[in-house]
Every structure is written in C-alpha cells, then in structure tokens.
Ligand binder design. Sequence first.
Ligand code: LIP
Length: 267
Amino acid sequence: MTPTEPSELLELAVTLARQAGELARNTRVEAIGRVTTKSTATDVVTAADKAAERLVVEALSAIRPADTVLGEEGGESPGGSGTRWILDPIDGTVNYLYGLPHYAVSLAVEVDGVVVAGVVHNPVTGEEWTAVRGEGAFRNWEPIRCSQVTELGQTLIATGFGYAADRRAHQARVLAEVLPRVRDLRRNGAASLDLCWAADGRLDAYYEKGLSLWDHAAGALICAEAGLVVSGLRGAPAGPDMVLAAPRGVYDALHALLVDLDADAGP
Ligand code: LIP
C-alpha cells in the first residue's frame, strides 16, 4: 500500500537511505576512480553520489510517482502531489573521497512546504538519526535530546566552509572571532551529521553559511525535535545565508555574535 502518513513516509525514507548508503559504501573503491567537479576544482562528485541518487529517485518514481524529488546531483523532478523528497545522496563527499568514515545519506520528506520527516544515515557506522515532526528525535530509535549548555564559553561548536576561496576567506574571518569565545571547534565535513551530533549532544551547537537545502532539510528537523533552536540570522529561516542550530541557553549569545560578525553576509 502506498505510504501516506508521515510515519509511513519516514519508514520509506529510512529504507531508501539505507539502500543508498550501502551502495555508496560498497562501491567506494570503484566510485572514487570516477570523479568530476562542480562549482570549483575541490567541489567533487563521485560516481557513487550519482548512483545513490539514481537509486532513490527510481524507487520513489515507482512507489510515489506523483511526488517531486530534489536531489543534489540531479536537481528537481516534476511532481504535483505536494510531497517533495529532499536528498543529499552522499553528504560529506570529500570525506567519502578520502576514506574518512564520516558521511551520510540525508533524506527529508516535505508535504505542502513543511518538512514532516527526515533521516540521516551514516553507512559506515550504522548510526541513523530520524524524526517525524512533533514526535521527537531518535538515534537508532533511541530518543535523543540536545545539550543544555548555558554559557557560550563552554560551547563546543561545529561549522563548515564552502568551496570557493572568497567565501572561505570570509568564513575564516568570522571563525577567528568566534573561536576565542567558545570552548572549541570541530570541523567534521558533513552538515547533516553536524546537525545530528548537535541534536544528540555530541556537539553543543552548529552554524554554517552556504548550505543547500539537501544538506540541512532532514538534520534541521531532527535538531528541532531534539530541542534545538534552528534558524538563520535576523529572523530569517535556516537557508543558504545561514543555518544556526543551538540550545536555548546559548542561542541568543551565539546568534548575536554571528550577527555582529555579519556571518551570513559576504560571498
Ligand atoms: C558538504 C557539507 C559541509 C560543508 C562542505 C560541503 P557535500 O556537503 O556537508 O558541511 O562544509 O563544504 O558543502 O558537498 O559533501 O554534499
């Protein structure tokens, strides 16, 4: 029977994320021999990125043919049902290329413009974060909650950097001012996993400028369901100018600092 309820859509998302992740993990040696680049010479895409996305798109077109799929590699397919699947087939592609065990399949389900369910699946570790809107956040089906930190100086944050040199220079200038004001920084290389680590307290907070919707759609729901405040800056929603995920105890301080630094501005 065609899945329709958010919990049923999540089950389908989990099944497809696992299949795509297994494909990526099992074909890595061959896939990294077929690499092309996108926005810059370091913005890579492997044959596995494309194959994993193709697997999900073809499955969804068979199961829910009227839905739209927005994938990092293939763009947006036509639809009409009001349901859109938002996919990063391998988030953390540079980690995948180098054999670092920190990449994920990120798949969110949006109904009438609202993300109602999402999964982030790391095929190397088997760790899997999920959420259905209003029903909490989970890691491998165990409930998770975010950090309760209340002092910015005690906050372990993660961030990331774009591929273009001018944006990286701007992000480095912002980071130079953030770093002395927090506990420490982690740069892990996969936004969806950074968001999930913030959701389950392995990080206190995360921010990054320049993400695409497929990087954060699933992870942002998981963060919100784990108790984090997720937004852009200056009242904006999370988006390409900024994704900020922080516990209520430090959100205002970190948000104010990023606003003062114009972290969402620049190239
Ligand atoms: C990556 C993000 C990461 C960011 C990288 C890159 P990709 O996505 O997950 O947070 O810092 O520059 O954008 O390209 O591996 O799908």
